[in-house]
Structures are given as structure tokens and as C-alpha cells.
Ligand binder design. Structure first.
Ligand SMILES: Cc1cc2nc3c(=O)[nH]c(=O)nc-3n(C[C@H](O)[C@H](O)[C@H](O)COP(=O)(O)OP(=O)(O)OC[C@H]3O[C@@H](n4cnc5c(N)ncnc54)[C@H](O)[C@@H]3O)c2cc1C
Length: 495
């Protein structure tokens, strides 16, 4: 494709969406300049080191590697040219309040045997059919509803057969009851519906079509890159440079510039310099991008008044000592409370009284992340975002830290702390994330697909958005797709 088009595109931000956008545009033959305020790529998929420990600051569960492959393929490369990805099997270790455990295997036979062992033979048989259903959901959702640009809600009717198929698969029902209809054992209900939280919703409120996230975890499999999660954006950035793109670090965009006809004509940097371009792709959090980079332009309604996903308290720990038995790289510790816990978080805006928590131990598969005899722990507890919650984080953060420490000690995790950092919603807000959440607008029906803020703004031709604030949504797979969709919008504009 290279050479068949011409034009210069500025991409604001070297997070995963910006990097994916740049790779797709370079593949098309455009000249690309990525401008990033930090001194390294990755954005939320960042890295941080202290006292001999190295931490990934954002995503830890990496799924749908084929979408990453698409970005590398755009410039004629493969992911393996830049990053070594290892399949984690088991993908998760789930732990329940009654002390029981269920290991989530990628291998179908192993997962089936685990369900038969822990739950029942009947549920093991149901798992076979469940997997067929999940795959059918994925196959209809990805091409027609996720990897697709929408101009109006009527575009949903572009593929009536697919819409009918999704209807037939009960995708427009509710996730919690749908999962409960497949299995008798409540532990499986939790294991296959907690993913609704990734979409910012309680399982009782999420559409059943979000079971596709369980597909990504359980069937597509969870990968871990050699050298930690940050190896992914580093590899993408290297591929951009190799393909002739430019990445400028330590460089903050101050404003998107507009020409006399109102179209995007480049960016003004905080230094006062300008960079002219034929199109601008903005990947800063969409509500904040409107506020800061596009003053005078009213943001879409959802960005101003929409429902944002819950936030997260993330506690990074470098610890000395042995791990307890039965844990793995990714551990989910479910609280006894379920519906009430989501109500605390989403409706009442208070910390969960009986929280479920995620504990990753990246040093198990990345020994260089911690000194000998030590481990890195990543403890994530969902907490209300700053719009729903009226929480004084100066007071609440130390209280929740103490509660997490009690939980870790009680479970037998090593708590001889060598180094630590607690990240709160105030920190996410300070990094430019609306409502103090790194998970953007929730995926309610009114904020999904064609109802989510669009990746173009008719008032500013040549301005395109990518990232979790626009379509298709939140998480690594979705923002990689958003980069591909943004490149498609640029192509349509510059053609
Ligand atoms: C704690 C946490 C856990 C997560 N867990 C998972 C997980 O397990 N699995 C999963 O799939 N997803 C997970 N996610 C979500 C996933 O990380 C994000 O959806 C994704 O990384 C967002 O990428 P992005 O490119 O849209 O945004 P960002 O990564 O925020 O990229 C935007 C970039 O723009 C730059 N920027 C902003 N403003 C300017 C400016 N004015 N000038 C120049 N540069 C600017 C920023 O510095 C940043 O680099 C997690 C996120 C967090 C934070």
C-alpha cells in the first residue's frame, strides 16, 4: 500500500491507541508524527521502577493478540519481531470467600476437568455448550459491531442478519441472568460474569453481549510479554520508527489548530511551536481532550454528563518472601457479597464493604522485575469514580491500604514491604482522565456502539479520535481496534 496516498498526520499520544493508529497509517503510506508528553510510550500501559523493582502501571491482562498482530502487519511486520508473548495457562486463579478455588485454564479439556472436579459434571457438560455460544457471540460482534465505524444509530441496520443473529444469541438480554442460566454453581456465575466490570457495569446491568470479554479471556487466552506488559508499547513504538514514523517524546500538545474552513490543520505545542498536518488524531481521554485541546467546542453529551466506569485503587508492592500455595500470575479473590458490592461501587459511590480484588504477581513470569527472594504484587480494588463518589481520598486511601494489607496477610501473601506505591482516583484525574477513572465511559447501552462519542466531529473535518473514550471502547483489544478505525477515518478524509 505504501506510496499510494500522501499527507501528514499528527497523532496526539503514544498510548496503545495512538501507536496502533500510527502503524495503520504508516501502512497506508502517510507521513506520521506521534507527539507524546511523557518520555516513553504506553500511556496507561506505563512502567515505573523503584528500589530494584519494576512495575507495569496499568493493564496486566492481555488478550486478543490477533488485534496486536493486525497493527504490526500493517507495516509488514509481526508482533514476534518486537515482543515475545507467552500464553499464560492457567489464565486466572479464582479464590472464593468459602476458601475454595477454581483455576481458569485456556486448554478446553483442562477447564472442563476443573469444572467437573470443583463444581459438577453437569456444569462441565454445560461448559462445552457455553464455549460454542461465546464463540458465536464473538464471531458476530467483532466484525459487525466492534470493528466498525458508525455514523448514525441507523448504521446498526447495515448488517440486519448479524443484528438478528445477535438477538437470537440473546446478546441484548442481561449478562448476570444469562450466565446463571448456563451453570448451577455460583462460583462459575462469578468467574464468567465479573468481566462486566471491565465494561464499567454490574453483571446485573450489563448486556449479555459483554460475555464476549469472557471469550477474550477464556478462549482467546491471556498472554504475557517477556519483560512485562510495557514491552508491548515499546515494541509498537520501535516498529513505528522502523517504518519511517516519527515519535516526539517530552512534547505536550496544547491545542488542536484549525484552518480558516474550520478543519484540523495541525497542533500547537506547549512550547509555542506548531506542527502543521492534514489530519490530527487525538488519543488523550476524550472529555479532557475537548476541554483542553479544543476549547470553545462543546463536547458530546455523554462526555459531559455520561456515566463513567468505576475507578481503581492500585497498590504496587515490592515484597520479600515466599508466595502462598495455590496462587498464580493472575488471582481474583471474590468477596462473599456480589450484587451489593456493585451497588456500593456504582449506585452509592462508596468503597465496597466486602470487595472482590485482583492480585497479579508479574514477577512469577518476569523474574527481572524483582530482586532475588522478592516479588512484585499488583493489587487492584475497584472503587467509585470521582463523579459518583464523594470520598475524601486523603482519609480513605490509608484506610483502604490498611484493609488491603490485612487481606494480603490473611491470605498468606508476603507483606515484608520493600517498596510500594498506592494509586488513587485523584492520581488518575491528575494524569488527565475524566472522572478520575482510567476506564472511561461505562458501556451502558446508551454509551455503546453508535451511541458512544463518535471518533469524528463533523464541526472539525480532519479531526479524529481514538482511545477508550470513543468507539469501540475500553481495554487493550478495544483501543487497538480504535486505532484501526481512526486510521480508516483519516483515509476517508484524505482520499
Ligand atoms: C490500572 C489499569 C488496569 C487496566 N487493566 C487492563 C487489563 O488488564 N486489560 C486490558 O485490556 N485493559 C486494561 N486497562 C485499560 C487499558 O490499559 C486502556 O484502555 C488502554 O491502555 C488505553 O489506551 P489509550 O491509548 O486509549 O490511552 P492512554 O494510554 O491514556 O494514551 C493516551 C496518551 O496520550 C498522551 N497525552 C495525553 N494528553 C496529551 C497531550 N496534550 N500532549 C501529548 N500527549 C498527550 C498520554 O501521555 C498517553 O500516553 C487498564 C488500565 C489501567 C489504568
Amino acid at each position: 500500500m505504501a506510496g499510494v496516498v500522501s499527507g501528514h498526520v499528527v497523532v496526539v499520544g503514544a498510548g496503545l491507541s495512538g501507536l496502533a493508529t500510527a502503524l495503520h497509517l504508516l501502512g497506508d503510506g502517510y507521513e506520521v508524527t506521534v507527539i507524546e508528553r511523557e518520555s516513553f510510550p504506553g500511556g496507561r500501559n506505563g512502567t515505573w521502577s523503584q528500589d530494584g523493582f519494576r512495575f507495569d502501571t496499568g493493564p496486566v491482562v492481555f488478550t486478543m493478540v490477533n488485534l496486536l498482530e493486525e497493527a504490526f502487519a500493517a507495516v509488514g511486520r509481526t508482533a514476534s519481531d518486537y515482543v515475545t508473548l507467552k500464553l499464560l495457562d492457567p489464565g486466572y486463579h479464582t479464590h472464593y470467600a468459602d476458601g475454595s478455588r477454581l483455576t481458569i485454564h485456556h486448554d478446553h479439556a483442562a477447564m472442563r476437568a476443573e469444572i467437573a472436579r470443583v463444581c459438577s459434571q453437569r456444569d462441565a457438560e454445560a461448559f462445552d455448550r457455553f464455549v460454542v455460544w461465546l464463540k458465536a457471540l464473538h464471531d458476530v460482534e467483532l466484525p459487525y459491531f466492534i470493528d466498525a465505524n458508525f455514523d448514525t444509530p441507523l448504521d446498526l441496520l447495515r448488517h440486519p442478519v448479524a443484528a438478528l443473529k445477535l438477538w437470537g444469541l440473546r446478546g441484548f438480554g442481561t449478562l448476570g441472568p444469562e450466565i446463571a442460566s448456563w451453570f448451577r454453581d455460583e462460583r462459575l456465575h462469578k468467574a464468567f460474569s465479573f468481566q462486566a466490570l471491565y465494561a464499567g457495569l454490574a453483571p446485573e446491568r450489563a448486556l449479555a453481549l459483554y460475555a464476549v470479554i469472557a471469550y477474550m479471556d477464556v478462549i482467546a487466552g491471556v498472554r504475557f510479554p517477556e519483560g512485562g506488559m510495557h514491552a508491548v508499547p515499546r515494541g509498537m513504538a520501535a516498529a513505528i520508527t522502523d517504518a519511517g514514523g516519527e515519535i516526539r517524546y517530552d512534547c505536550t500538545v496544547w491545542r488542536v489548530q484549525r484552518g480558516l474552513d474550520g478543519s484540523a490543520s495541525g497542533v500547537e505545542l506547549a512550547s509555542g511551536q506548531t506542527v502543521a498536518s492534514d489530519a490530527v488524531v487525538v488519543t488523550a481521554d476524550l472529555p479532557v481532550a475537548y476541554e483542553r485541546l479544543l476549547p470553545g467546542l462543546k463536547a458530546p453529551r455523554a462526555a459531559r454528563r455520561g456515566a463513567f466506569s468505576p475507578s481503581a485503587l492500585v497498590w504496587h508492592l515490592g515484597v520479600r518472601g515466599e508466595l502462598p500455595s495455590g496462587v498464580g500470575h493472575h488471582n481474583i479473590h471474590f468477596g462473599q457479597a456480589w450484587g451489593e458490592a456493585f451497588e456500593d461501587l456504582i449506585e452509592h459511590g462508596r468503597p465496597m464493604a466486602d470487595p472482590s480484588r485482583f492480585v497479579a504477581i508479574p514477577s512469577l513470569d518476569d523474574p527481572d522485575a524483582a530482586p532475588d527472594g522478592c516479588h512484585t504484587l499488583y493489587v487492584l480494588e475497584p472503587v467509585p469514580n470521582l463523579r459518583v463518589g464523594r470520598i475524601d481520598w486523603e482519609v480513605e486511601a490509608p484506610r483502604l491500604r490498611a484493609r488491603m494489607l490485612d487481606f494480603l496477610t490473611g491470605f498468606g501473601y508476603p507483606t515484608d514491604i520493600v517498596t510500594e506505591k498506592l494509586v488513587t482516583p485523584l492520581d488518575w484525574e491528575a494524569q488527565g482522565m475524566a472522572a478520575g477513572t482510567p476506564f472511561a465511559l461505562a458501556h451502558t447501552l446508551a454509551q455503546t456502539g453508535p451511541f458512544r462519542p463518535r471518533n469524528v466531529d463533523a464541526r472539525v473535518p480532519g479531526l479524529v479520535f481514538a482511545g477508550s473514550g470513543t468507539t469501540p471502547g475500553v481495554g487493550i483489544p478495544m483501543v487497538l481496534v480504535s486505532g484501526k478505525l481512526a486510521a480508516q477515518r483519516v483515509r476517508e478524509r484524505l482520499r
